[in-house]
Design a protein around this ligand. Structure first.
Ligand SMILES: Cc1ncc(COP(=O)(O)O)c(C=O)c1O
Length: 331
């Protein structure tokens, strides 16, 4: 990690258990012919864990600071982000309302089961489009305001510049742990779902990473390069580092979404089995399994060089294994 870097301190809450562990996956690395480490953000310490806790530490600080008494967010029916928002809100005695796309597994299983146990209010919108969901959220929020309530709105995945700062913190942890262990990290591989995690890691790598690359594996079809560049630049501004500015072509996105978002793929299932078999590490069919499939593919096709040391970010998602069978492959 390069010396002391000048950044503005942005206040956040302390909700998770950080730093999360980072260690080498020697058997998986042996199978792929690369040195692979894992950063266990699935062990972030709230509910079943996952990447959204770091983002929520910033976003919910802002909510409390603004005097909010109810937090609204969105995602798919099995959203990890929505579930973690409800869990973190409970820690702060804030109400949570989850306005979810009524698609996919909607029964009492996986994250929806946990949402119910957490006592979150869940509403479904019967649509494929976040435009429709946001219109419904705006209507609900107006109604709440008219009743004297103070709603706080978090967009899908918490992927706004403020939430992105959580993954600048994660990158800092990664490089600081690596320095202590005497390891030079060449690349971080993470999931790109709504883009904030990748953007935060990329900004963190630019600030602290000494040439380390960040590759986001896209688990959905979308203009991730544009989204990530916008988030990196927005987050850099918040940190008083407007001098760090990237364009879309600087965001390295590797597509591995198979038949589409939340549709289990053959490559994803094989990668889940490989991590489980070699390391006892459990990945999920929507995010981390496909990300591992991307990593396996990039080792095979040489995009990840033979001498690289790679950190795989385990960003959580375990609850969806109990709702979406990774072997239910959609071709
Ligand atoms: C388990 C898991 N991993 C990765 C991601 C992707 O993170 P981001 O939305 O910041 O791209 C998400 C959320 O979308 C997630 O729930």
């Amino acid at each position: 990690m390069s010396g002391e870097i000048e950044i503005k301190r942005i206040p956040k809450l302390n909700l998770g258990r950080f730093p999360t562990p980072m260690y080498e996956l020697a058997r998986l690395g042996g199978a792929l012919g690369r040195r692979i480490l894992v950063k266990r953000d699935d062990l972030s310490g709230v509910s079943t864990g996952g990447n959204k806790v770091r983002k929520l530490e910033y976003l919910l600080y802002d909510a409390v600071d603004q005097g909010a008494d109810i937090v609204l967010t969105t995602g798919g029916a099995q959203s990890n982000h929505a579930m973690l928002t409800a869990a973190c809100c409970n820690m702060l005695c804030l109400e949570a309302m989850l306005v979810l796309k009524g698609r996919g597994v909607m029964g009492r299983a996986g994250n929806l089961m946990i949402d119910e146990l957490l006592g979150a209010e869940v509403r479904f919108v019967d649509t494929d489009s976040y435009g429709d969901v946001y219109a419904e959220m705006a209507r609900i929020e107006d109604g709440l305001r008219a009743k004297g309530r103070r709603p706080y709105h978090i967009p899908v995945g918490g992927s706004v510049p403020l939430g992105t700062l959580g993954y600048v913190d994660c990158a800092r942890e990664i490089f600081s742990d690596a320095l202590e262990a005497g390891v030079k990290i060449d690349r971080i591989v993470c999931t790109a779902g709504s883009g904030g995690t990748m953007a935060g890691l990329l900004l963190g790598a630019l600030l602290y990473g000494d040439g380390c690359r960040v590759t986001g594996v896209a688990v959905d079809d979308g203009p991730f390069e544009d989204v990530v560049a916008e988030l990196v630049n927005g987050a850099a501004e918040l940190l008083g580092r407007g001098d760090v500015h990237i364009s879309a072509s600087d965001a390295d996105v590797y597509p591995c979404f198979g038949a589409g978002y939340a549709r289990p793929s053959k490559a994803g299932l094989e990668a889940i089995r490989l991590a489980a078999k070699t390391e006892g590490l459990i990945l999920d069919p929507v995010y981390t399994g496909k990300t591992m499939a991307g990593l396996v593919e990039m080792c095979g096709n040489g995009k990840i060089g033979a001498h690289e040391t790679v950190v795989f970010l385990h960003s959580g998602g375990i609850a969806s294994v109990f709702a979406i069978d990774p072997a239910d492959i959609v071709e």
